[in-house]
Design a protein around this ligand. Structure first.
Ligand SMILES: Cc1cc2nc3c(=O)[nH]c(=O)nc-3n(C[C@H](O)[C@H](O)[C@H](O)COP(=O)(O)OP(=O)(O)OC[C@H]3O[C@@H](n4cnc5c(N)ncnc54)[C@H](O)[C@@H]3O)c2cc1C
Length: 457
């Protein structure tokens, strides 16, 4: 198999790249080490569609986050990726933090975002009445929004496949041999070759980069742990509540989730193990302490789930995107904490860089973007849709009662362009077993349905 372009990594960034390049007349392969797309960092973030108000002005990241915000917002509307335009409130708890607010607003303006407003303590408590005592004021960021990261990744990858991209799951790249016109790519599932190779391997980007002879950066996995509170907590948090950022990072936020819950986090802890996505007692203790300051009332609610994601932090304050024309190789590295928002803009940017070397004119008559199943709590779900249930009674058969997931949706996930490869993948496609009982009541029934799907295939 020889392709014009091989994209390595099926996270948000690789899927966005494959979709964009798949819209040209070039043949494209998307190689993913795991058995599913979106199973790395892209499945475990805080899922905020950032305006980029707090980016470092003048960086590539600042530009691509702002552009990605617009691109993904429009794409989500087209494909049915759920988004809620909640807005955010950055809260000052000390006089130093309050004094920093005008500077943060100026920074937002330098980043091209002009809608921030400084608000009084009264306004802070009007917007979030359950916030802990002691807030001195805030900065409103009306454009910050919440989104479904799982559906975004899946929509981009599905679109890519519909456009003719060859998706190769379970293909971990182990070595490359750069030849005069093509590069041989050895993977755990056989060999592929491509004229151009794009490295979008997230946490593994530096390892892959070394295969091309470089030694220019190291990825440090920066773990972010989060607590997810029960749906009953959602009315407490109508907007995203952000802390004033400090030198050590963006800090801990409280945010509604697109699935109708509330989350608290993330932590920021540099590790050496790139697989350490487990949560920790220290992380929980830290988050509970922060939560008690931010919103003591929240801690009276039940925690239904916990998770952790690893940011691909590198030793520089910007994305590291570079084209090596001699080896026909592109590095897309250091996409640390904004890649969900910026993914589509990164793809547009890389495509612009590559068009100096390859004909990347868009193809005509591209298939329409996929229409994704709605996982958002604010939109209509199949169990609520009388017309859908009448046309297909499987949408009336609830399997997971916490999240109200029907057997029709499980069946659809297996019949989709990129079916799940395991129970985790099914959870990301349907929300099944993600609720209060975490599969205690529905687990056996779901396992039966999954087995039946396997037997039918
Ligand atoms: C706690 C946390 C909170 C965050 N919050 C936000 C947020 O609110 N908003 C936002 O915009 N961003 C956020 N981010 C950042 C965002 O999640 C990431 O920037 C984004 O997911 C990066 O996508 P990616 O495709 O680069 O990486 P990944 O999703 O990790 O994808 C890389 C893929 O490459 C594969 N791979 C690696 N090595 C190989 C190999 N040798 N061969 C084949 N495949 C390989 C991996 O299996 C993986 O699937 C957050 C991140 C974290 C951790």
């Amino acid at each position: 198999m020889t392709f014009d372009i091989a994209v390595i990594g099926g996270g948000l960034v690789g899927a966005a790249l494959a979709r964009t390049l798949g819209g040209t007349s070039r043949s494209v392969a998307l190689l993913e080490a795991r058995d599913d797309v979106g199973d790395g960092t892209s499945k475990a973030n805080t899922a905020i569609l950032h305006t980029g108000f707090d980016a470092t002005p003048g960086t590539l990241e600042s530009r691509l986050v702002a552009r990605g915000y617009a691109l993904l917002g429009a794409y989500a509307a087209e494909t049915g990726v759920p988004v809620e335009r909640t807005g955010a409130l950055l809260v000052a708890w000390t006089s130093e933090q309050r004094d920093a607010l005008p500077g943060l607003r100026r920074k937002a303006e330098q980043n091209g975002y002009t809608a921030c407003g400084i608000v009084s303590a009264d306004e802070v408590y009007r917007q979030v009445p359950d916030l802990g005592p002691g807030a001195l004021g805030g900065l409103s960021v009306p454009g910050e929004s919440i989104i479904c990261t799982w559906t975004t990744n899946l929509a981009l990858a599905t679109d890519a496949v519909n456009r003719g991209v060859t998706l190769l799951r379970g293909h971990r790249v182990t070595s490359v041999a750069v030849g005069p016109s093509t590069t041989g790519i050895s993977t755990t599932a056989g060999r592929v070759s491509a004229r151009w190779v794009i490295n979008a391997a997230g946490l593994g980007a530096d390892v892959l980069d070394r295969l091309f002879g470089y030694d220019r950066f190291t990825v440090t996995p920066r773990r972010g742990e989060l607590l997810v509170f029960d749906k009953l907590a959602r009315p407490l948090v109508p907007v995203i509540v952000l802390p004033v950022p400090s030198k050590v990072g963006k800090g801990v936020l409280v945010s509604p989730t697109i699935y109708g819950n509330v989350m608290l986090g993330p932590t920021a802890e540099d590790l050496s193990d790139r697989t350490a996505t487990g949560t920790s007692a220290d992380g929980f203790a830290f988050l509970r302490e922060k939560g008690a300051e931010l919103m003591p009332r929240l801690l009276e609610e039940e925690v239904t789930a916990t998770y952790a994601g690893l940011r691909a932090a590198i030793d520089r304050g910007d994305y590291l995107i570079d084209v090596d024309a001699d080896q026909r190789y592109v590095l897309v590295g250091g996409i640390r904490s904004t890649g969900l928002t910026a993914g589509m803009a990164i793809a547009e940017h890389v495509s612009g860089l590559l068009s100096g070397f390859l004909d990347l004119a868009p193809r005509e008559n591209l298939p329409a973007p996929p229409r994704m199943p709605n996982l958002g709590e604010a939109g209509m779900r199949p169990y609520q849709d009388a017309a859908a249930i009448e046309a297909d009674p499987e949408y009336g058969r609830i399997v997971c009662f916490c999240e109200r997931v029907t057997s029709g949706e499980i069946r659809d996930a297996y019949a989709s362009v990129i079916p799940p490869s395991d129970l985790d993948g099914l959870r990301r496609r349907t929300r099944v077993m993600n609720g209060r009982c975490q599969g205690f009541y529905c687990g056996a029934h779901v396992a039966e349905l999954v087995e039946a799907q396997g037997a039918a295939r």
